[in-house]
Design a protein around this ligand. Structure first.
Ligand code: KG4
Ligand code: ZN
Length: 342
């Protein structure tokens, strides 16, 4: 069974092919440089770029793999959350293919797909505790099966990736800043007391990173503003920030494992799962708690279509599909539980 995965939820136009759960190939056009000019993603520009790239990328992917559209068995597409116009470009393309080829269409939840990417090329263990940390979301789930996700907690304001990006912006870094902060952090030494571990003084599994952003901005203003940052001070600050975010995430994972001890595995996914300190802290915690730890390879942490094609294979195997009336869901609206089963 060959599944085509299509991802256009934000600023990457990506397509991938998977055969029976194994990745065949993927193509991606990133718009990061374009949006960096504006300091963040401009929705209208993002839709236009998806519209421009999706057709040529599809042709390139099929040509490279000596396939024709009629060789496809399933079309999986990100149906949300994301930017409405961007999602519409991907879903219109997916629906047209599914209709013309008379094959199943599967609308994939982008956040679930990030987490399912932990299983690419590996044996998946359920139930799992899944922490999804990206630019727009910090969600913690109990995952019972590829189509059974239970949301346990989420960011009430800024997501962890957003905190990295906004603090990076204050430091004059290019958007998205998480990767750069992580690179500098690995060369610095962290001051454990410099920044708070936000929103831990409660017993829930939600997150709030806006306080950390404010604290970081004060440190930057008091210590760095107007000065040319000495290299080492910047590296140490980044190390302190990496540690504050990683420890905050790990604390909530620890709490979740106490509440849901039946989870056998801990999954860490999303763009921030590429963060060296987050990977280290959460894998060490999982090990200590006697759980296995899974995270996608670095190239499958940030937005990609391999995760959509892979999720499509897992869901198709369970008989999941959607009709052509599949609705795309912009960020902020709950994704309906409307999967059909054959
Ligand atoms: O999952 P993703 O590609 O897009 C969303 O769905 O949001 O995540 C992008 C986020 C950005 O905020 C970026 O700064 C962050 O992931 N990121 C990192 C690292 N690599 C990417 N944050 C911290 N450390 C990294 N190494
Ligand atoms: Zn994402």
């Amino acid at each position: 069974m060959i599944c085509l995965g299509i991802e256009t939820s934000c600023d990457e136009t990506a397509l991938a092919l998977a055969r029976d759960g194994k990745l065949l190939d993927s193509v991606l056009a990133s718009q990061a440089d374009l949006h960096a000019i504006f300091g963040g993603v401009v929705p209208e520009l993002a839709s236009r770029e998806h519209y421009r790239f999706i057709g040529p990328l599809f042709d390139e992917l099929m040509r490279r793999n000596n396939l024709m559209a009629k060789n496809l068995d399933v079309i999986a597409v990100t149906r949300g959350p994301g930017l409405l116009g961007s999602l519409l470009v991907g879903s219109a393309f997916a629906k047209a293919l599914a209709l013309s080829l008379d094959i199943p269409l599967i609308g994939v939840n982008h956040l679930h797909a990030h987490l399912l990417a932990c299983g690419i090329g590996k044996k998946m263990v359920f139930p799992a505790l899944g922490l999804l940390v990206s630019g727009g979301h910090t969600h913690i789930y109990k995952v019972d099966a590829p189509d059974k996700f239970h949301l346990l907690g989420r960011a009430l304001d800024d997501a962890a990736g957003e905190a990295f990006d906004k603090i990076g912006h204050m430091l004059g870094m290019k958007y998205p800043a998480g990767k750069r902060i992580d690179e500098l952090a690995r060369m610095g030494s962290a001051d454990k007391k410099l920044l708070p571990r936000p929103y831990l003084d409660n017993d829930n599994l939600d997150f709030s990173f806006s306080g950390l952003k404010t604290a970081a901005s004060q440190v930057i203003q008091n210590n760095f503003s107007g000065k040319d940052l000495p290299d080492n001070a910047l590296k140490d600050f980044c190390a302190s920030l990496n540690l504050a975010i990683a420890e905050t995430l790990a604390q909530k994972v620890k709490r979740a494992l106490k509440k849901y001890p039946e989870c056998k595995s801990v999954w860490l996914a999303g763009g921030v799962a590429a963060n060296s300190m987050a990977r280290e802290s959460i894998s060490a915690l999982a090990l200590k708690e006697g759980k296995s730890f899974m995270a996608p390879e670095l190239r499958h942490c940030t937005d990609n279509a391999a995760m959509i094609a892979f999720a499509g294979c897992l869901l198709a195997r369970k008989g999941c599909h959607h009709g052509l009336e599949l609705e795309v869901i912009p960020r902020g609206r709950k994704i309906p539980d409307d999967m059909l089963y054959s």
